[in-house]
Design a binder for this molecule. Structure first.
Ligand code: ZN
Ligand code: ZN
Length: 773
C-alpha cells in the first residue's frame, strides 16, 4: 500500500467549533502523521499515511464534522513526503486576512447539560457552562481572530483546570474561547429595582425564582440581552408587565421548561417540535391548546402562542420549579432595542422590573430571540436573529462586496462577500435612536468580522430614512432601491434564481418612485431592474400613519373611493366621526395615495365589524384571517382588473428594465372588492364567510394577473414576498392556485418574507448595478 502526503484545505465555519481536535482525532485513528492549523481561509491540514486511510480521512472530514461546523469546501492535492514524528495541532497564525466564519450563538449542548445536572461535576448548576459545541459566539465576539482576548470573556483568567481542558486537543473544551467554571468564570447576582445588589451566585438565582413565583417582574440577562420574565400562569403578573412595558395586546413569548410542557399548551406538529429543540432555539408560533392553563393576557385574541425552550443554562435553573412556564419578552420599552448592559438595564428598565438577575459576562451586540412558524410545510422565519445571525446565506454567484442597509421597520443590514450574504440580527425600528445606534454598530461589526469593505451601499428610495441618510454620508457609491423591487430580488437570490420573474409583492408600506405609497404590487423583473406590471388601485390614506393605527379611517376612505360621497350605511360607521374623514379625503388633506395590501386588509376588517383601531402591527388583518377558520371556500368576492390609459405608451417602451414607470399596465380594482364586501355586510353574511371570500378574491385576482404577465412576457416563475404573506391562509392559497395554473412558485426559506429580507434584496441589486459600471 503506497504512502502519500496530502495537503488539504477546508473552508466554512471551521474555527471555534472544535474542528481541529476533530481533525486530530480522525488523523490518530487512521495513523496519519502531519499537522492541522487554522489559517485565514479556514483550516489547513497536511496528512501523511496510506492512500486508503487518506481517502477515508477525507470522507470523514466532510461527513462527521462537529455539530457547529459548516464545511463549505475541501480541496486536496498530493505533495512531497515529510518527516513528522506524529500528528500535531499547530497554533493559529494571526497575520493575514481572516475569512473564517464566526458561528451564531448556540443553545447549551446535551453533553454540557449532563454535566450541569450532575452533582459530582465541577460545573454542577454553573450557569455559564459551555464547550466548543455550544455557548455564546456572535454576541460576545468583539473582533477577529476569534480568540479569548477578543471576546467579552477577556477579563476572566482561566483556572488551572480550565486551562488544562483548553490546551488538551482530546478535550471537548479544547480552544473553547468562553471556557470557564465556578472558580474562574462569570457569576450571577440579583439587583433590586434601584440597582442595589442583594444576593450572589446560587442565592441570587434562588431569590429570583422565589420572586418569579410570587408574581414579580424579573429582568433576566441572557445571551443576546435582557428579558422581562413573569410567571406565565399568573394573569395579574402578566397584566402588570403589559401595563408597565406599554404593550397593550401584542402577543408575548413564553418559555417552558421542556417539550412535555410545550405539548401541554400547544398542539405541535413534528416540524414545530424539531424547531423548538433545534440548536438555534427560536420562538415557534404554534396553535394554542384548549385548557392550556396559562394566562389569557399572554396572547389575547390570538389563536397561537409564541413558545420557546430554554437555551442558556441559566434558563434551565429558572424553570426548575415551581414556575414551569414564564413569559420572556425582550427587555425594552416598546420599539426600543433589547438592553444588554447591567447599568443600562437598571436605567432603562428600572420602572418596569422589580429586580434584575444579572451576570458579569458582557454582551457585545444585542440579539433578540428569533421567531419562526410553520407555513406551507416548512418552518419559515418571521424574525431571523439569535441563533441564525450571522450565519451566511449562500448565493448562486460571486461578485463585488456590497452593503444593503435595509428597511425602516424590522431593519436588518446585509453584507455580500463572494457567494455569501451576511445578514445581521433583527435591529428593529430605525426611527428609534437606540436602534439607529445598533444599526451602525452592526454594520461595523459584520464588516470587521468578515473583513468586508463594501464598494457600494444600497439603501431605500425614501430620501428621509435615517438609513438612506447614513448611506449618503459614507465615502462609498450609493444606490437607491425601491422597496418592493428589493423584496423581489431577495426572494430570487435566496432561491438561487436569476429571473426574470413575476413578483407578487404584498405588504404595508414602501416608497414608490411616483412618491405614493406602494404595497400591492406585481412587478416583472430581476436584480437588474423591474417594471410595475400591475398594482392595487391607489386610494387616499386619511391622516397617513394615523390611518394605519385606525383601520376604520381607511375603511371610510375606501368606501368613498367605491361609492363617492353617498356612502352605504354600514354598522361600523355608527361609532365614528365619518364626516371628518370624508372631508379629508375629498379635499385630499394629509391623505397620501396608497396601493398597500396591508391597508386593504385593514379596511375590510373594519368594514366587516372587526378591529376599528389596532394596538400592534397587522392586528386587524390577523384577526380577519383567524375568522376564516383555516381554509378558503368555493365562493370568492369578484375583483375587477382593467388596463390603465397609458397602456399603449408603456408597451411601446423599448426595454423593460431601462426605466421605472410610475404607472402600470393593469390596475386591480380595490373599489370592486370593497363594493362586494359592503354588499355582503349589508346582507348579513357571517364574518368568517366574508373573510374566506375576501382572501379567495385576492388569490383569484393575483393569479389572473400573473397569467396575464405570463401571456405577455413568457415568464413562468412567480416570486412571493412582502409581510402580508405571513398570513398563512393567503400564502398557502396563493401557492396552490399558482401551482394549479402551472407556475413555478418561489418563496422565502431562510429570511422572513417581511421587511427583514429587504437588506439582502438591496445588496443583490447593488451588486448587479456595479457590474454595469
Ligand atoms: Zn457544550
Ligand atoms: Zn475554571
Amino acid at each position: 500500500m503506497p504512502t502519500e502526503r496530502w495537503k488539504i484545505s477546508v473552508s466554512g465555519i471551521v474555527q471555534g467549533v472544535g474542528f481541529r481536535p476533530f481533525v486530530y482525532r480522525l488523523a490518530l485513528a487512521r495513523s496519519l502523521i502531519g499537522f492541522v492549523a487554522n489559517t485565514p481561509e479556514g483550516v489547513a491540514i497536511e496528512g501523511q499515511g496510506q492512500v486508503a486511510q487518506l481517502e477515508d480521512f477525507l470522507v470523514a472530514l466532510r461527513n462527521e464534522a462537529p455539530p457547529l461546523a459548516q464545511v463549505n469546501e475541501i480541496v486536496s492535492s498530493a505533495i512531497p513526503l515529510g518527516h513528522d514524528g506524529s500528528f500535531v495541532l499547530r497554533h493559529s497564525t494571526a497575520s493575514g486576512p481572516v475569512s473564517t466564519l464566526i458561528s451564531p450563538d448556540v443553545a447549551v449542548c446535551e453533553e454540557c447539560l449532563a454535566e450541569f445536572f450532575s452533582p459530582a461535576d465541577r460545573r454542577f448548576r454553573y450557569p455559564f457552562i459551555n464547550c466548543t459545541n455550544c455557548g455564546p459566539r456572535y454576541t460576545i465576539v468583539e473582533r477577529i481572530p476569534y480568540d479569548r482576548p477578543h471576546t467579552t470573556m477577556r477579563g476572566f483568567a482561566m483556572c488551572a483546570l480550565c486551562q488544562r481542558e483548553y490546551d488538551d486537543p482530546a478535550n471537548r473544551r479544547f480552544h473553547a474561547q468562553p471556557n470557564c467554571c465556578p472558580d474562574c468564570g462569570p457569576q450571577l447576582s440579583l439587583l433590586e429595582a434601584d440597582g442595589r445588589q442583594v444576593a450572589q451566585r446560587d442565592e441570587a438565582l434562588r431569590e429570583a425564582v422565589r420572586r418569579l413565583a410570587a408574581g414579580e417582574i424579573v429582568a433576566v440577562k441572557g445571551i443576546g440581552g435582557f428579558h422581562l420574565a413573569v410567571d406565565a400562569a399568573n394573569a395579574q403578573a402578566v397584566s402588570r408587565l403589559r401595563q408597565k412595558k406599554g404593550r397593550e395586546a401584542k402577543p408575548l413569548a413564553v418559555m417552558v421548561a421542556g417539550l412535555p410542557e410545550a405539548r401541554k399548551i400547544c398542539c405541535l406538529e413534528a416540524m414545530e417540535e424539531q424547531a423548538l429543540t433545534s440548536q438555534e432555539r427560536p420562538i415557534v408560533l404554534a396553535a394554542k391548546k384548549t385548557g392550556h392553563g396559562l394566562a389569557e393576557e399572554i396572547a389575547p385574541g390570538y389563536d397561537q402562542f409564541g413558545i420557546m425552550l430554554p437555551y442558556a443554562p441559566l434558563h434551565y435553573l429558572l424553570l426548575e420549579g415551581p414556575v414551569r412556564a414564564v413569559v420572556m419578552t425582550s427587555g425594552n420599552r416598546s420599539e426600543e432595542p433589547i438592553c444588554i448592559e447591567n447599568n443600562e438595564a437598571v436605567r432603562r428598565l428600572g420602572g418596569i422590573a422589580d429586580c434584575f438577575l444579572v451576570h458579569d459576562r458582557g454582551i457585545h451586540l444585542p440579539c433578540d430571540d428569533s421567531v419562526v412558524g410553520l407555513q406551507d410545510g416548512l418552518i419559515r422565519q418571521i424574525r431571523r436573529s439569535r441563533g441564525f445571525a450571522p450565519k451566511p446565506i449562500g448565493l448562486a454567484a460571486t461578485g463585488d462586496m456590497v452593503l444593503g442597509v435595509g428597511a425602516e421597520l424590522k431593519n436588518t443590514v446585509c453584507l455580500l462577500k463572494e457567494n455569501q450574504a451576511f445578514c445581521s440580527q433583527h435591529i428593529g425600528d430605525l426611527k428609534n435612536l437606540e436602534a439607529y445606534r445598533v444599526f451602525q454598530q452592526s454594520i461595523g461589526q459584520l464588516g470587521a468580522l468578515f473583513e468586508i469593505s463594501p464598494q457600494l451601499i444600497a439603501h431605500d428610495l425614501h430620501p428621509q430614512y435615517l438609513s438612506s441618510r447614513w448611506a449618503k454620508e459614507q465615502a462609498v457609491i450609493t444606490l437607491a432601491v425601491q422597496h418592493h423591487h428589493a423584496h423581489l430580488a431577495a426572494c430570487l437570490a435566496e432561491n438561487h434564481q436569476e429571473g426574470p420573474a413575476i413578483g407578487i409583492i404584498l405588504d404595508g408600506t414602501g416608497y414608490g418612485p411616483d412618491r405614493t405609497i406602494w404595497g400591492g404590487e406585481v412587478l416583472l423583473g430581476d436584480a437588474s431592474g423591474y417594471e410595475r406590471f400591475s398594482a392595487l388601485e391607489s386610494l387616499p390614506l386619511p391622516g397617513g400613519d394615523a390611518a394605519v393605527q385606525a383601520p376604520w379611517r381607511t375603511a371610510v376612505s375606501y368606501l368613498h373611493g367605491a361609492y363617492g360621497a353617498d356612502l352605504p350605511d354600514l354598522p361600523f360607521m355608527v361609532e365614528h366621526e365619518c364626516g371628518v374623514i370624508l372631508d379629508m379625503v375629498q379635499k385630499r388633506l394629509n391623505s397620501p395615495l396608497t396601493s398597500s395590501c396591508g391597508r386593504l386588509f385593514d379596511a375590510v376588517a373594519a368594514m366587516s365589524g372587526g378591529r376599528q383601531t389596532i394596538q400592534y402591527e397587522a392586528q386587524a388583518a390577523i384577526e380577519l384571517m383567524q375568522l376564516a377558520g383555516g381554509g378558503l371556500g368555493k365562493e370568492v368576492f369578484p375583483c375587477e382588473v382593467y388596463a390603465e390609459d397609458d397602456i399603449a405608451e408603456l408597451s411601446s417602451l423599448p426595454a423593460r428594465t431601462k426605466l421605472i414607470p410610475s404607472g402600470c399596465m393593469l390596475k386591480i380594482s380595490v373599489r370592486s372588492l370593497i363594493r362586494a364586501v359592503a354588499q355582503a355586510v349589508r346582507s348579513g353574511m357571517a364574518r368568517g364567510e366574508i373573510s374566506r371570500r375576501f382572501h379567495g378574491g385576492l388569490v383569484a385576482v393575483f393569479t389572473r394577473v400573473a397569467e396575464a404577465a405570463r401571456h405577455r412576457e413568457k415568464i413562468n416563475t412567480v416570486a412571493l414576498s412582502g409581510g402580508v404573506f405571513q398570513n398563512r391562509l393567503l400564502l398557502e392559497g396563493m401557492i396552490s392556485s399558482l401551482g394549479r395554473a402551472g407556475f413555478q412558485v418561489l418563496i422565502h426559506k431562510e429570511l422572513p418574507c417581511n421587511d427583514g429580507c429587504i437588506s439582502l434584496g438591496q445588496a443583490v441589486i447593488g451588486r448587479e448595478a456595479l457590474k454595469k459600471r
